[in-house]
Write a protein of this length. Structure first.
Length: 437
């Protein structure tokens, strides 16, 4: 089986090394040897260490490489939307199988890749696109096909999980925890894709598409990052017996007209310490799947890094190579359900709201009245007092309110109305609360 490798960075280099070190086992598993027929890179002369590969296989023309008739499988480790999309569509349309770790492309235009695969008759595998080495997508795509998945909740970005774990364990603020993550190599020089939730949103779209047999794109995912999470938020979560995680949540639901829908969102949330995801620390990933017959399933492990991601890539290479030798292809994309994506305002969730209010009689009643006006039920109220230090002013009070489940639009409208109350000096923070508590 002749492979074309697009990209030879952190992941691509590990793919080459694993292909070399495990060549005998891979040959036995597939039934034929794997041979790297070409590696497309931006700069051929760049120092890549001692890779066990003939330098003659390097090329700076990826499109020419994927068009070659002698290529069986194209392995893409470049990332980004274009030109990766054009390369992979060309490969798939001409009957080649494709293995990719490109979560951004799959979330942006996975439909184009699936359509090209159906046209050309090859396989499209992408286990490495979500949660690194964790076997997750194939169980959703194959093992759970006889079941009905109701919700997928996950920690799918290692950088943000490291930052939030550090804030929880040390009491540090966001900036300090981000600096530590950068120093240790967990965060990129530009961490925007991670800390603003773009990376997790792309993965959430992929998970929702597989779980609910519906094409879900990145634009369908409600996204919020962790940059506004403070040390005070973390301390408040601890007081409630919770911790804060950046979650991707994809769930089935029912619209007001009775139609089945899906909601897909990424945002920081408090979860109780008893929740299986609460103990997932450092840069690890975990995904919690709920299905009608199988019940609750947990997938956990390293979610990033060259070697773990390369492991998932090679698992896909073995699968598509065996299919080609047998003259078969894997089951095509399952998007028959075509469920509408519910807007964030209709998603059911709970809020944790921290208010800075004046400490005088009637304030709590006024605040409670705002919740009642928007038909949001209050679950708990916690109050503390601290002197304002300003002559002639009332003392400030900290009011922390946790709601019962309500539509997000009603909760957001409640917060907006609270900002207009004379007794409310500021809405200090708003965080969603997920999981049972």
């Amino acid at each position: 089986m002749r492979l074309a490798l697009l990209g030879c960075g952190t992941v691509g280099s590990e793919v080459v090394r694993l292909l070399h070190s495990q060549s005998a086992d891979l040959t036995a598993r597939i039934g034929a040897p794997l041979e790297i027929a070409g590696i497309a890179v931006r700069r051929i002369g760049r120092d890549r260490g001692e890779l066990p590969v003939d330098p003659a296989v390097f090329t700076s023309d990826p499109l020419d490489l994927v068009k070659r008739d002698d290529i069986d499988v194209v392995v893409e480790c470049v990332g980004g939307i274009e030109p990766a999309r054009s390369w992979l569509v060309e490969a798939l349309r001409t009957g080649k199988s494709v293995v990719t770790a490109n979560k951004a492309l799959l979330a942006e235009d996975g439909g184009a890749l699936h359509d090209a695969a159906a046209q050309g008759g090859g396989d499209l595998y992408y286990e490495a696109a979500v949660a690194g080495a964790i076997p997750l997508l194939r169980p959703l795509r194959e093992s759970l096909h006889g079941d009905r998945v109701t919700q997928v909740t996950g920690i799918v970005n290692g950088t943000t999980n490291f930052i939030l774990s550090a804030m929880d364990s040390t009491g540090a603020g966001f900036a300090e925890a981000l600096a530590e993550a950068t120093d240790l190599g967990y965060a990129e020089a530009d961490p925007t894709a991670d800390v603003e939730g773009f990376d997790a949103a792309a993965k959430a779209a992929i998970l929702a598409s597989l779980a609910f047999h519906t094409r879900v794109g990145a634009a369908d995912v409600h996204r919020e990052g962790i940059t506004e999470v403070t040390a005070a938020d973390v301390a408040s979560a601890k007081a409630m017996g919770c911790t804060i995680k950046l979650l991707c949540i994809a769930a089935r639901g029912t619209a007001a007209d009775g139609r089945e829908t899906v909601s897909v969102r990424v945002h920081p949330a408090m979860i109780p310490l008893t929740h299986p995801l609460a103990s997932v620390g450092d840069a690890f990933n975990a995904v919690f799947v709920e299905a009608e017959a199988a019940g609750q399933l947990m997938f956990y492990g390293p979610g990033a890094g060259g070697a773990p991601t390369a492991s998932a890539v090679l698992g896909d290479v073995v699968a598509v190579s065996r299919n080609r030798l047998a003259g078969v292809r894997a089951a095509s994309e399952s998007a028959y359900a075509d469920l509408p994506v519910r807007p964030m305002g209709e998603a059911l969730t709970r809020y944790h709201i921290s208010l800075d209010v004046t400490d005088r009689p009637g304030v709590l009643a006024a605040v409670a009245g705002v919740f009642a006006q928007h038909k949001v039920s209050i679950a708990t109220v916690r109050q503390g007092t601290a002197g304002s230090g300003v002559a002639g002013r009332d003392e400030d009070a900290d009011l922390v309110i946790v709601t019962h489940v309500a539509p997000d639009a009603a909760l957001a409208a409640t917060v907006q109305a609270l900002r207009g109350l004379d007794a409310v000096r500021s809405v200090a923070s708003v965080l969603r609360v997920e999981g049972s508590a």
